[in-house]
Design a protein around this ligand. Sequence first.
Ligand code: GDP
Ligand code: IMO
Ligand code: MG
Length: 425
Amino acid sequence: MKQNISLLGLQWGDEGKGKVVDNLANDLDAAVRYQGGHNAGHTLIVNGKKIVFHLLPSAICHENIKCYVGRGVVVSLEALFSEIAEAKEVLGSIENRLVISPACSLIQPYHIQLDQLREQSNNLTKIGTTGRGIGTSYEDKVGRRSIRIADLYNEEKLRDKLEQSLEFYNSIFKYSFGAPEIDLNELYEINLEHAELLKPYVGNVIEEIRELQNNNKKILFEGAQGALLDVSLGTYPFVTSSNLIGGVSAGTGISPSDIDYTIGITKAYTTRVGEGPFPTELFDETGTYLAEKGGEVGATTGRPRRCGWLDGFLLSNMVKVSGVDGLCLTKIDVLDGLEKIKISTEYKSQHTSGSLIETMDLEEVEPVYIELDGWTDPTSGKTSFNELNENAKSFIEKIEEIAGVPVIMISTGPKREDTIIREKI
Ligand code: GDP
Ligand code: IMO
Ligand code: MG
């Protein structure tokens, strides 16, 4: 039995991670978020009710699971408290099941304001961010000037750091954007109020995880976003600002060699929210079909998701760079009823595939597709591989061949039970 499992999306996010975590959760003791922030939107359908988690590990839905927010996560306390309040309505108090690292960098209102001002500017590259202050907060983190959760409990230090930050941000707001400035006293008071509310949740994440590991407990490290949005290995600059590939260790404090199994999640097709290259994007009625049937609307921002065919070139590379041991294929039911299904396997391009992997500069590439027969016998809601029609089975086997790793789980619908487990981790 594997004890430390890393789960990550292999595309541009929204692969169905929330649903998969929910399905795996019965076998878990703990779950950890290690990167990103409330830009994530992980959807679960619990007793017919839809719940979306942004900052909390999705497994918090299961009452015996201890949940952690590691140091790699950028935390907006406003977002955290509203999510805790929402969770409380469905799950009761989660105070003794949630531990947040005092080393997390905070997202302050000036991060959100600057993120949104940049996105609205006509002179800057539009990334299509979620507008949540994620990138701007990570800028402060790598710039070594973040206000961290621990700083909230040293009033003098907190005020000094806020003052320094506002000196910098307010001058940008005023001189670069002609935007309103933020008041130091008001922001300081809000931070102090938040500090009190947060106290019960702040704890020693590294120590607690080590203890769980020593007791052979099963821990899931839940990646947010997707490998193609990784700031280092994704489609830069159209990425988010965190490392999800290899981020588990830096984002929690565990050793890189602790991960026993990595599960990668891919949709049976591809979606993307925001700007940036998308070689297999569809602009025809098939794209509309996937968007409508797949309900492809952003779980965080409500933006429509761009849709296209599965990109085998990117999938196989993301499997390799992420060290994926087994795949979970989601939303195969969305393909039910299509006459033909395409998968791109390589690109026609003046670039070599080696240089493409190195730069991930996909603006100019043209995909080469293989075409498979679709199916009329639905996969929707199926729970065993043998129940699937032969064409769906061939589609899955083709994905295994392209990715070079087994498909161990198949999701056939949004509900917890709409799942085929081929190999238990
Ligand atoms: P995440 O960010 O990776 O957790 O994914 P999202 O929650 O943003 O988006 C996935 C969407 O697809 C959600 O609305 C899920 O309820 C839904 N979903 C997940 N798995 C399946 C599936 O196998 N079939 C269908 N039809 N919907 C699914
Ligand atoms: P989950 O965890 C899909 C995208 C944004 C934008 C880019 C940068 O639900 O899969 P950011 O606000 O992070 O600076 O935006 O990244 N993005 C996501 N797309 N799913 C997500 O999370 C995303 N988180 C960020 O749309 O293109
Ligand atoms: Mg999502």
